[in-house]
Design a protein around this ligand. Structure first.
Ligand code: ADP
Ligand code: MG
Length: 391
C-alpha cells in the first residue's frame, strides 16, 4: 500500500515525513531484563510505517489504517486522556498519545500533526507491535522538530510512555531494539549498564519466526508472579550473599551453593534466570566465533528451561520447537517473548530456510490441527524517518 497516497486522500496534502520502526525478536536472554541481565534481541523487517505532516495548532489527528479508526486529541490536554470531544481515548491511541506525554514531560516541544500508520508486526504475538508504534511516533516527532535525542534516550521515553501512560509494566528491551537495530546483527544489550553493541549473526544463517496462533491470555498475571518470585529469591539469597541487588549478581556457583535455602518454586524460577544469564555470556562467545551450532544449542537449552523451570511454555510452543529440532538446517529454536502463546524463534541455515518453513508449517498442522504463520525475518536497522517534502 502506498502510504503517502493514503495520507493525501485523508488530509488533502502530501505528508512531510515517512517513518519506519521495526518490531523485534529476542534470540536469547528471556525473562532476564527485569533481573538486569544481558539480552540478545534483533530488530526485524516487519515494521510500523507512518506518514505524517505537522500542523500549526496543537491537535494530533491519528488514522490507524489497520483498525479503520481515526481519533483527534490536543497536546495541551494530554493528561486528561480524552479526545477533542472529551471522550476517553481508546486503547490504541494511548500508545502514540503516551509518547507525546512522555516527550513533553522530558521538556521537548511538540507540534500538532496529522498521521496515518499501518503495521505488519502481528499484534500480541510477542514481536512488540506496541514498541514499534511508540518508536515510530517518537522518531516522527523528532523529525518534525528541531530537537534531537540519542536513540537510547528516545527508547527510554517510549518505555516510560508504555509504563506510565498506557499502564503496562515492561522493560526497555523492546523500544531499545526498535530504535537501535543494526542490519544483519543481534544487539547485545546490558539492561543494567544500558551499554550495547551489535554482534553479527553467524554467517549463512537466517531467522525464522513461527506464530503458534495462540494469544497470551494468562500472560499478565503470570508475568507479575514470575517477577515477584525473582524479587523474593533476591531477598532470601541476600542473607547469604549480602551484596547482591538482583539475580544478575548471583553466579551459577553461588546459586548451586545456596539454592537449597529457597522454597522449591522460587528456586526453580531463580535457577532459570541465573542460568539464562550465564547462557547469554556463553552465547556471546559463540556469536563472536560465528558458531551457529553452539549458539543454537543455547536456544534449545533456553526453551527447556522456560518450559521446565520458569513454566511459561504451552504445548503448542513445545510442539513447534520439537518439530523444528529434527528439520534439516535447524541450529536452534525456542519460544520467544513472555510465553503462554505467541511465537518461536528459529536460527536456520539460510539455504534450507524455505524447506524448513514448509516442514514446520506441515508438522504443526499435523500435530495440532492449527495453522502456524511462519515468517522469514532479516535482522534489520532501527527506526528511521525520511523527510519527503520540505516545502
Ligand atoms: P505486542 O506484544 O504485539 O507489543 P501489546 O499488547 O503490547 O502486544 O500491544 C498491542 C497494542 O499496540 C495493540 O492492542 C494496539 O493498541 C497497539 N498497536 C499495535 N499495532 C498497531 C497497529 N497496526 N495500529 C494501531 N495500533 C497498534
Ligand atoms: Mg508490547
Amino acid at each position: 500500500m502506498n502510504l503517502a497516497y493514503s495520507f493525501e486522500q485523508k488530509f488533502g496534502r502530501p505528508p512531510r515525513v515517512e517513518t519506519l520502526a521495526p518490531g523485534r525478536v529476542n534470540l536469547l536472554g528471556e525473562h532476564v531484563d527485569y533481573n538486569l541481565g544481558v539480552v540478545l534481541p534483533a530488530a526485524i523487517d516487519r515494521s510500523v510505517t507512518l506518514a505524517a505532516a505537522p500542523t500549526s495548532d496543537d491537535i494530533v489527528i491519528l488514522n490507524a489504517i489497520d483498525l479503520g479508526e481515526q481519533v483527534s486529541f490536543k497536546l495541551s490536554e494530554i493528561e486528561k486522556r480524552c479526545d477533542i470531544e472529551g471522550k476517553p481515548l481508546p486503547g490504541w491511541v494511548l500508545y502514540p498519545a503516551g509518547v507525546a506525554w512522555s516527550l513533553q514531560r522530558a521538556g521537548v516541544a511538540l507540534c500538532g500533526m496529522q498521521a496515518v500508520y499501518t503495521s505488519d508486526v502481528p499484534i500480541g504475538a510477542g514481536l512488540s507491535s506496541s514498541a514499534a508504534v511508540e518508536v515510530a511516533f517518537a522518531t516522527t516527532w523528532q523529525a518534525l522538530s528541531s530537537w534531537k535525542l540519542d536513540k537510547l534516550s528516545l527508547a527510554k521515553l517510549c518505555q516510560r510512555a508504555e509504563n506510565e501512560y498506557v499502564g503496562v509494566s515492561s522493560g526497555l528491551m523492546d523500544q531499545f531494539a526498535s530504535a537501535c537495530g543494526v542490519e544483519g546483527h543481534v544487539l547485545c544489550f546490558d539492561t543494567r549498564s544500558l551499554e550495547w553493541m551489535p554482534l553479527e549473526l553467524p554467517p549463512g544463517t537466517t531467522i525464522v519466526i513461527a506464530d503458534s496462533g495462540i494469544r497470551r491470555s494468562l500472560a499478565t498475571s503470570a508475568y507479575n508472579d514470575r517477577r515477584s518470585a525473582c524479587e523474593q529469591a533476591v531477598e532470601l539469597l541476600q542473607k547469604y550473599l549480602p551484596s547482591i541487588q538482583s539475580l544478575r549478581d548471583v553466579s551459577t556457583v553461588e546459586f548451586a551453593a545456596y539454592s537449597m535455602y529457597l522454597p522449591p518454586e522460587i528456586a526453580k524460577r531463580a535457577e532459570h534466570v541465573v542460568k539464562e544469564i550465564h547462557r547469554v555470556d556463553q552465547a556471546i562467545i559463540a556469536l563472536n566465533r560465528g558458531d551457529a551450532r553452539m549458539f543454537g544449542g543455547f536456544m534449545f537449552a533456553c526453551h527447556k528451561s522456560l518450559r521446565d523451570l520458569y513454566e511459561v511454555s504451552i504445548p503448542q510452543l513445545d510442539s513447534l520447537v520439537e518439530i523444528a529440532r529434527v528439520l534439516p538446517g535447524i541450529y536452534g529454536a525456542r519460544l520467544t517473548g513472555a510465553g503462554f502463546g505467541g511465537c518461536t524463534v528459529n536460527l536456520v541455515e539460510e539455504k534450507n530456510a524455505t524447506s524448513f518453513m514448509h516442514g514446520l508449517q506441515e508438522g504443526y498442522c499435523k500435530k495440532t490441527g492449527r495453522e502456524a504463520e511462519v515468517y522469514l525475518c532479516r535482522a534489520s536497522g532501527g527506526a528511521e524517518a525520511r523527510l519527503i517534502n520540505s516545502l
